[in-house]
Write a protein that binds this ligand. Structure first.
Ligand code: FMN
Length: 419
């Protein structure tokens, strides 16, 4: 059966031509490591500060809205601070675990960062990973962590906005702060009003409840466009219950070339830099508890065929791993998601087809895309050259490489997802 017969392409708002377009933000990825195929130590570069600086300058000059600085060996806020002076427009979406620092200390860092960068800080609120957080001194169990996080960010927002009256919560207690000429009493005013935008994720019921109360932009790893749209609509319905609307963003790797053939040749090359063992290890991480690859059964015939190929000791071909037009679950630094899209999902195809797929995600309510391709600098250029001209970008400034005129800074929230 043909792929397009199994997964008819959704057009939520009519045809490509008559559908009203929202506009989108494209962000890139600014996190070590880098390299041509970093999932293998042979394809991974030593990504030092100079390299990150070169990457940041590339992202900034090309006109991306910003970049994600995920959890890595480097502390994200330190990396972002070190890159302020090398950049002019890009925003830094900095991974931040609530509780690592007092919310008042984080607010002072944020005020300083914003004063120096002209308001270019965004936070990506991270609540996962019990063991990792406990090692940093944050010991709340899963659901209580979300209650703590609500209070933490409430206190953060108040202090950032200039409130000195203190905070008396269940988890967070701050004494009132005297303002005045002493070094302890003089703080920067807020640069971004009403505050630093909070982006973040969370799929569990507690995670969704927390997200809809707190976040400005709800993030999810990608799936096929219709399934991602379903998730965003579910979250949007929860937000609507408390009178809120959010924006929505996703995370994708991308292999974009002038032609389909070139793009799939690159995907095939990536596959040649993987192995059956790599694919098995990644697939086993995706299995539910108690299930082995041998007794795993998927309802999706493409996925089942790929599992069977793996069990016979071979890797599927690049095209076999295309589980929806241009949506690929081949190897990536973030996983080889043979059992279905997760953190490693990649868009593969010609510029026209990848742009059409991004518009399909957009029609399903996505208006921010955090993209990456390997190596990061080369592929940032490719995406800017090939995709920027085909998309309606809303970056709040003129996109320099295209001479595209700036739009008003804030786009209205996506109606499809908020309904
Ligand atoms: C776009 C995106 C970026 C993320 N970045 C990080 C990160 O830098 N560090 C981290 O520990 N988790 C990160 N996460 C993981 C989430 O914070 C959260 O732990 C994960 O989404 C939980 O899975 P869930 O979708 O089942 O709720 C990220 C998730 C998304 C969707």
């Amino acid at each position: 059966m043909l792929l397009k017969e199994m997964f008819p392409i959704h057009q939520a708002h009519g045809t490509e031509k008559d559908r009203p377009l929202m506009s989108i933000k494209l962000l890139w990825y600014l996190t070590a490591p880098d390299g041509p195929y970093p999932w293998d130590p042979k394809g991974r570069w030593r990504t030092d500060f100079r390299h990150l600086e070169q990457l940041a300058v590339t992202i900034d000059r090309l006109g991306y809205y910003g970049a994600l600085l995920g959890t890595s060996a480097n502390e994200s806020l330190v990396v972002a601070s070190a890159l302020i002076s090398a950049t002019e427009r890009m925003r830094f979406l900095v991974a931040q675990h609530p509780g690592e620092l007092s919310p008042a200390v984080l607010a002072k860092y944020a005020q300083t960062f914003d004063a120096f960068s002209n308001g270019r800080l965004l936070f990506n609120v991270i609540n996962g990973n019990d063991a990792g957080l406990a090692a940093l001194g944050v010991h709340y169990p899963h659901d209580e962590r979300y209650d703590f996080s609500r209070e933490y960010w409430d206190a953060f927002r108040r202090v950032y906005a200039g409130d000195t009256s203190g905070y008396d919560g269940k988890f967070v207690k701050l004494a009132p702060r005297s303002s005045g000429p002493s070094p302890m009493g003089t703080w920067n005013p807020p640069t971004q009003l009403p505050g630093i935008p909070l982006w973040g994720a969370g799929t569990s019921p507690a995670g969704v409840a927390h997200s809809v109360e707190l976040l400005d932009v709800y993030l999810s790893f990608a799936n096929t466009p219709p399934l991602l749209g379903d998730k965003f609509r579910r979250v949007g319905a929860e937000a609507a219950k408390i009178g809120r609307t959010l924006e929505y963003g996703t995370r994708l790797q991308v292999i974009v070339r002038e032609t389909e053939e070139e793009a799939w040749a690159q995907a095939e090359w990536f596959l040649s830099k993987s192995s059956v063992e790599h694919a098995r290890r990644s697939a086993e991480r995706q299995l539910p508890p108690g299930v082995t690859l041998e007794n795993y059964r998927s309802d999706n015939p493409i996925i089942q065929k790929n599992v069977d190929t793996l069990l016979s000791g071979r890797l599927p071909s690049a095209k076999d791993l295309e589980i929806y037009p241009n949506v690929w679950v081949g190897p990536a630094w973030f996983g080889f998601d043979i059992l279905g899209p997760a953190s490693g999902t990649t868009l593969v195809g010609s510029a026209e087809n990848v742009a059409a797929r991004l518009r399909e995600y957009e029609a399903q309510g996505t208006n921010a895309f955090i993209l990456s391709g390997w190596p990061l600098i080369d592929e940032a250029h490719r995406v800017a050259d090939l995709l920027f001209p085909l998309l309606d970008l809303d970056h709040g400034f003129d996109v320099p490489s295209l001479g595209v005129q700036a739009k008003p800074r804030l786009a209205p929230p996506p109606k499809a997802a908020a309904a």
